[in-house]
Ligand binder design. Sequence first.
Ligand code: ADP
Ligand code: ADP
Length: 223
Amino acid sequence: VEAQNLRRVYQRGENSVVAVDSATFAITSGARIALMGPSGSGKSTLLYLMGGLDTPTSGKIAWTALGDRKSLRPQKIAFVFQMPSLLAPLNVVENVALPLLLGNIEPYVARKAAMEVLERIGLSAIADKMPEELSGGQAQRVAVARALVYRPRLILADEPTGQLDRSTAKLLLDVLLATLEGTDTALVVATHDRAVAERLDSLWYVRHGNLLTSSNKQLALGN
Ligand code: ADP
Ligand code: ADP
């Protein structure tokens, strides 16, 4: 994903808020990027722009490896949000299979693929449970499984560990990084948690809508 001078201005009545200002960046295959910055600095807006869920007010963004914006298939980019957003009437394996079913994959193939992902991340024992029966950490791992099931090229995660305690947060990241290891799927994680940021390869910092990209984590964390 390549972006030049992205700007996103929200209009609220008479007022306008510059959520992202002149952001220039490239997300390369296999990147592992932490996006840090205070609340309201523009991290979520940046993730939405990166995923094509939102359009910039000005500037350019291109998904060179994924096709143009119109052909951007949702299956190529997966989102993980702070709240796991599972569908309550569906059990765990059905929730994980959902992106495949929406992509017109046959139900038995979708179910098999969903079971494989659940096994890989150690959740096969809860495949038949309903979302309301899960702990917060389990529900968030199911949301990660759902993001992984289509083997997306890019995963965008917005505070995925924000509601989890330290050890559950660590487990979630273990699962995500282990599953992506050796693949060229890129990962961008917006997070307040330094323990999360330190396990990724690059640290990008946002302040008042301005993005500072750096591949030198030590330098950036030291500032
Ligand atoms: P972060 O994810 O870092 O907390 P956001 O991208 O959510 O930051 O927000 C950046 C700025 O844009 C904030 O000032 C926020 O209030 C504003 N903002 C975000 N979404 C909207 C919206 N839909 N309408 C108006 N202002 C918004
Ligand atoms: P392409 O980018 O060439 O379309 P994809 O990997 O997106 O390649 O998909 C190739 C085919 O495999 C498609 O028919 C898609 O629906 C299917 N597919 C993709 N991921 C899975 C999966 N996890 N399980 C089963 N089928 C899948």
